[in-house]
Design a binder for this molecule. Structure first.
Ligand code: SF4
Length: 254
């Protein structure tokens, strides 16, 4: 073991060489961040409806009016999203090459209420057609989905809307573990209960669209300071605008 002076000098050296490395990494992290921007949505997106602020009518009316969108995600959130996009492309490529694809990235539209979406894939297997949705997830969550065969509610809502728009009554959610790249599929059926749920969601969207068309800004669906509001992209616009007229119910849950 060296003298105390030698140990201190070595520690100082290590600190001075690791400092620029940390600073460089901090700079690289900044490269993931997407800037705030002004956006005006023209339609509902199933991928944004069933999670967090998607359940808030005020958020959608503010989005349709056009407002400043704040980028609330951290650099690591952006890194995960970009990783998810790459994984989607890889799995879609495999679906295509395997021969079960009838379509990849099928564009879907609905007039009333206005909805625009892309189904990741339309798969045909053994004479049956399925809407396919790919979801990458942590290995712990993947194990849970595989062991229980349970779909996350917000994934179920999204695929049911895509199934309705595509007029296909079967679907498959394909989960991928981000750790092992294993895949697990769970079949979704458009049962009577699911169909009634979709009707309910579509009616909610129509009601929100009508608020927008009549220039009626509803009251907040979530209290200021809640986790949902802190992640909402139009939080600042929401805070700056008047209290609103009447409280509309949140998006129905399944
Ligand atoms: S900040 Fe909260 S209440 Fe306001 S629009 Fe967003 S989700 Fe709704």
């Amino acid at each position: 073991m060296g003298s105390l002076a030698a140990i201190i000098s070595e520690a100082k050296q290590a600190r001075s060489t690791s400092l620029p490395a940390k600073d460089i990494i901090s700079e690289i992290y900044k490269g993931y961040i997407e800037e705030d921007s002004w956006k005006q949505k023209k339609s509902f997106a199933p991928s944004g409806l069933f999670y967090g602020s998607g359940a808030c009518s005020r958020r959608w009316v503010l989005s349709f009016q056009g407002n400043h969108y704040e980028s609330k995600a951290s650099p690591l959130d952006f890194a995960r999203m970009k990783g998810g996009t790459k994984s989607h492309e890889r799995i879609e490529d495999a679906i295509q090459k395997s021969g079960v694809a009838r379509a990849i990235e099928l564009e879907l539209h609905n007039e009333d209420p206005p909805i625009h979406a892309y189904a990741d894939a339309v798969i045909e297997y053994d004479g049956i057609t399925y809407v396919g949705e790919i979801k990458t997830t942590t290995h712990e969550n993947f194990e849970y989905r595989r062991n229980t065969n349970k779909i996350a509610d917000y994934h179920l809502g999204q695929i049911l809307i895509c199934m309705r728009l595509a007029k296909i009554d079967k679907g498959i959610i394909i989960y991928e573990s981000t750790k092992t790249n294993e895949l697990h599929g769970i079949i979704v059926e458009m049962t009577k209960e699911h169909s009634e749920y979709v009707d309910n969601v579509l009616q909610w969207c129509r009601d929100v669209w009508e608020l927008y068309e009549t220039e009626t800004l509803p009251e907040r669906s979530f209290r200021k300071g809640t986790k949902v509001c802190s992640k909402c992209p139009v939080e600042k616009a929401c805070d700056d605008r008047p209290v609103g007229v009447g409280k509309m119910r949140k998006l129905p849950v399944i």
